[in-house]
Design a protein. Structure first.
Length: 328
């Protein structure tokens, strides 16, 4: 065999064999009109195996993706409701996290209802990727953060006075029904009944806004070197008398109510909730520490969350699950 003959044989082999070797050896997803889910080729160079799945997918989805995916982070409840109504389908659902950082998630492509199909040869028709979502994290209001920030903390007279002065807008004057404690009054409202019951449970009395503000200002003016305090358990009034260094009475004894009321929003730009606050003192040497305790604040938080969840389910018509959804 001469050189030309050998060359012709080699060229013939390359022309005939290599194109066949470069044909696809495996293509998945042969449904009519569907793009291939994976394409694999055998390349003549040492028979390398090349996976072109990502390249094919990028090319096929350059102008439009296969499916909707991603998580929209929304800033108010109305936006989440509008998003859910825009994208919801038969399988859409809401998930609520009512923990320390409450949030509400809408999954537009959630799993379909019914038992899963356990067949290795066919797909589960109710299965879904659960990748198209919207998340609304309830933003706690500035007022809620401030009041819960001092909850059950001992404040000295300067800290207490500054806090009351800075947040005086949140204080509410008790109504005549609260001051008198008349649950059976003709004009008593349901929220007043709840507040009166709280006062009876705590053996306390609601104080007026001006009394608390005057108290804070008094603490800022007078230095305390000694303190005497008495508690009237029948009325709940606490009498505190400050005496100067020369042991001379500093005016009349000051009667301090041990309850007052605030109205603050739980969530940013949300409705205001009335919350009773216990007012206590603790003597520490020559000083006195004041303690503000929000009474059953967690109930107000739960009520605000439940109201928001009710609004979301009513406006969207979607089922609500409390907890964390499956990972996408």
């Amino acid at each position: 065999m001469d050189e030309n003959t050998a060359k012709n044989v080699l060229e013939t082999a390359l022309d005939e064999v290599l194109p066949k070797m470069a044909q696809p050896v495996e293509i998945l997803n042969h449904l009519p009109g569907a793009a291939p889910a994976a394409s694999h080729y055998a390349i003549p160079d040492d028979m390398r195996h090349v996976d072109l799945t990502e390249a094919v997918d990028r090319l096929a989805t350059k102008l439009q993706p296969w499916r909707r995916a991603g998580t929209a982070k929304l800033q108010d409840l109305a936006s989440l409701i509008a998003w859910a109504n825009r994208h919801k389908g038969e399988t859409s659902a809401l998930f609520a996290d009512i923990g320390a950082a409450p949030s509400l998630t809408c999954i537009a492509d959630y799993m379909g209802a019914g038992a899963p199909v356990m067949d290795h040869e066919t797909r589960d028709p109710k299965a879904s990727h659960c990748r198209h979502r919207a998340l609304y994290t309830f933003p706690m209001s500035k007022e809620w953060k401030l009041w819960t920030g001092v909850n059950n903390k001992a404040l000295d007279k300067a800290e207490f006075g500054e806090f009351i002065e800075a947040n005086a807008k949140d204080l509410l004057d008790p109504t005549p029904n609260l001051l008198n404690g008349h649950i059976g009054a003709a004009n008593v409202e349901p929220w007043e009944v709840r507040m009166i019951e709280v006062a009876r449970q705590l053996n306390g009395r609601f104080g007026q806004y001006q009394t608390l503000v005057q108290l804070s200002r008094s603490f800022q003016v007078h230095e305390v070197s000694n303190l005497t305090a008495t508690l009237n358990r029948d009325t709940g009034e606490t009498s505190i008398q400050f005496i100067n260094e020369h042991r001379e009475p500093d005016g009349q004894p000051l009667k301090i109510p041990n309850l007052f009321m605030i109205a603050i929003p739980i969530f940013d730009r949300g409705a205001a909730y009335r919350i009773p606050v216990r007012f206590r003192y603790r003597k520490a040497g020559s000083e006195v520490k004041f303690i503000l305790s929000l009474h059953n604040a967690e109930i107000a938080l739960e009520d605000a969350i439940e109201e928001a969840l009710h609004e979301a389910t009513e406006a969207t018509g979607l089922p609500l699950f409390r907890g964390e959804p499956e990972r996408a």
